[in-house]
Ligand binder design. Structure first.
Ligand SMILES: [Zn+2]
Length: 659
């Protein structure tokens, strides 16, 4: 065990973690040493004899725990992208201990007392100091000894439940997969899609993480659709009980910390600040969105010739698109080849906007052969960071798409960022990887987060890049989606994978016309999930939910969003944003996506008003917003960029909700 790669800083370029050297048996010893080292460092900071200063307290905390940070960063990344059984065992063992470790720091009274003594005139330092103070208060630093004991217990149990919840979910994606013996039942799927799921004469269609499985749009056999849909909404049923238990514990914890419910606790340090603000915003959208979805349902019923069921929605939505707009999404696929989308689309747009360039670093290894590494250079040729790209789905990867940092940019350590994007694209058995338009859009979205990390230009790691409020963090990534359909960008990447022919202009025209159809569905399935998350976290202490499914139905009904044909994008049992991934996650935070879309819609308007894709615009967005990361108030950064407060109208207009 002498050669544990976590015990020394990485010697690779940009301190990329040495994935090729890391083995499963390295994690536990590295976590243990990392936690012990940090506790010792914290003890030293807390027992420092002289007066508390920014340097010997806050900055010293920023510097503490280097081994733990490296180990945890790599482990969390692997636990999301390549969680073998061994990794999952470590997860079960280590997450509760990490929670305990965090509590040991935040509930250290001597340390907290010193933080409260620190003063500083420097604005960047003052901002960070306040962040630390708030972190400590929110973690229970002001509570009595007895209440802190209770808080520790709650945190530990929540961590355990969350780990079980996410592990159940990972198992369910294959355990609840649709198994088909007769290939005829898969009629409608492409040949290559069928080939990719064939295994010893049977066909296994794994579940993706949301309610509405993409195959529902293509499967012609109604009975197959029904089965797939029911497997999707019914997966991991044991998670209903876990979720109810977690919601109750979170209510208890909120009460301990002085809040009426978990939602109030959760939004207090967000840009929303109050539950009223969130409810007012969601309330404006529900009525018009449901009305839109009902109109769409009528059109689908007419197309089908019978009253449709939930599993018919996507299939007939495609039919209506063909009939009304003469548009077939499948026709676009040959024009969206993964490598072209990435290089000639995503990278190209970033080049036009910010002047940055990319170089392949095939000499640098990821944790899996499919992972690719790129070096990113600024307009003047200087080094900016590394971009790590893991596009493909695999049984060991969790659902969805996300960005994470492997190395945080900071001047404190003189470190440049290493950022990563994960997608969940099905790897074809052979031949090129052709994407749907949704997948193209997701690639642009995640790269928007990557840019937020890459352009970070701050002193302290705690506020680097995407370390902004959760209800703000989606905003830059949403803005980056606008370039996926920007004419000059599309023309650059959307070329037929065999002939190199550009995508026909009329096909794009039809796509744009068809885009507005099914907005009602998209908005309702999202809002239903956001309101479901909200209902779970407005529970008050002592309010026990025995039947989570009944609670879910009642909550949607109460919120005015219950619509039999459009279930929430995530039901309780597979709402990973809210019930898995440690204690925090997106609990009482799923509203964030539409909250930040207000800023996104405003910003897209700004880019359009100012001439679109050009350096000047990119540079302004970068310097006012992206590069400051979390080093200042998020809404002030928005105002610096936009020149005023946000208005909701551009969002309503975009979503077809203006009445
Ligand atoms: Zn995102």
């Amino acid at each position: 065990m002498t050669e544990n790669p976590f015990f020394a800083p990485s010697t690779l370029p940009y301190k990329l973690p040495p994935f090729a050297e890391i083995r499963e048996e390295h994690y536990l010893p590295a976590f243990e040493r990392g936690m012990a080292d940090q506790l010792r460092e914290v003890e030293e900071i807390a027992s420092e004899p002289g007066p508390a200063t920014f340097a010997n307290t806050v900055e010293a905390l920023e510097r503490s725990g280097q081994i733990l940070k490296l180990t945890a960063t790599v482990f969390m990344s692997i636990a999301s992208s390549d969680a073998t059984d061994g990794i999952r065992e470590i997860e079960t063992e280590i997450f509760p201990r990490l929670t305990q470790h965090g509590d040991s720091i935040h509930l250290n009274r001597a340390l907290y007392a010193r933080i409260k003594q620190v003063t500083t005139e420097n604005p960047e330092e003052a901002w960070l100091l306040e962040k630390y103070r708030v972190d400590f208060v929110r973690a229970g630093a002001d509570l009595s000894e007895a209440d802190q004991g209770r808080l520790r217990e709650l945190n530990e149990e929540l961590t355990r439940l969350a780990t079980t919840f996410s592990q159940n979910l990972l198992t369910a994606s294959t355990a609840s997969a649709l198994v088909v013996e007769d290939v005829k039942q898969l009629d409608g799927l492409s040949e290559s899609a069928i080939k990719a799921i064939e295994k010893d004469g049977t066909y296994v269609l794994p579940l993706l993480n949301f309610t509405n499985q993409p195959a529902l749009a293509e499967l012609t056999d109604r009975e197959t659709r029904r089965k797939l849909y029911e497997l999707s909404v019914g997966r991991a049923p044991e998670n209903f009980g876990l979720a109810a238990r977690m919601a109750a514990l979170r209510a208890d914890r909120a009460a301990l910390l002085g809040y009426p419910n978990h939602a109030a606790y959760s939004v207090a340090d967000q840009t929303a600040k109050t539950t009223d603000a969130v409810e007012e915003m969601l309330g404006k959208l529900v009525g018009p969105a449901v009305a839109n979805a009902r109109r769409e349902a009528e059109a689908l019923g007419e197309q089908a010739g019978f009253p449709i069921e939930p599993w018919d929605w996507s299939f007939y939505a495609e039919k209506v698109r063909k009939a009304r707009y003469d548009f077939d999404g499948a026709e676009l696929r040959p024009y969206f080849e993964l490598d072209r989308v990435l290089r000639d689309g995503v990278f190209h747009a970033a080049g036009e906007l910010y002047g940055i360039t990319f170089a392949d670093r095939d000499d640098l290894a990821g944790y899996h052969p499919d992972v690719r590494v790129f070096e990113v250079f600024d307009a003047d040729g200087s080094q900016l960071g590394l971009f790590v790209f893991d596009p493909y789905a695999r049984p060991t990867k969790r659902g969805g798409a996300w960005m994470n940092n492997l190395v945080d940019q900071s001047h404190l350590f003189g470190e440049l960022p290493v950022v990563m994007n994960n997608l969940n694209i099905t790897k074809p058995a052979e031949g090129p990887t052709l994407l749907t338009f949704d997948e193209v859009n997701t690639a642009f979205h995640e790269f928007g987060h990557a840019l937020h990390g890459l352009f970070s230009d701050v002193r302290f790691p705690r506020v680097s890049g995407t370390a902004v409020p959760r209800d703000f963090v989606e905003y830059p990534s949403q803005v980056n989606e606008m370039w996926a359909t920007w004419p000059s960008v599309l023309a650059n990447f959307a070329k037929h994978h065999e002939t190199g022919e550009p995508v026909p202009a009329e096909l794009l025209e039809k796509m744009r016309a068809a885009e507005r159809f099914n907005q009602g569905f998209g908005t309702v399935e999202y809002l239903a999930a956001a309101l479901l998350d909200w209902a779970w976290h407005k529970l008050v202490p002592g309010e026990v939910v025995e039947d989570a499914e009944a609670f879910e139905d009642a909550a949607l009904e109460r919120a005015g969003i219950a619509f039999r044909l459009v279930r929430p994008r995530y039901r309780t049992n597979y709402f990973a944003h809210v019930f898995s991934g440690g204690v925090g996650g997106y609990s009482a935070g799923y509203y964030s996506y539409i909250w930040s879309e207000v800023l996104d819609a405003e910003s897209v308007d700004w880019f359009k008003e100012n001439g679109g894709l050009k350096r000047e615009n990119g540079d302004h967005f970068r310097s006012a917003l992206l590069s400051v990361g979390g080093s200042m108030d998020a809404m002030s950064a928005f105002r610096d960029f936009r020149g005023r407060d946000p208005r909701i109208e551009p969002l309503l207009e975009r979503r077809g909700l203006l009445t």
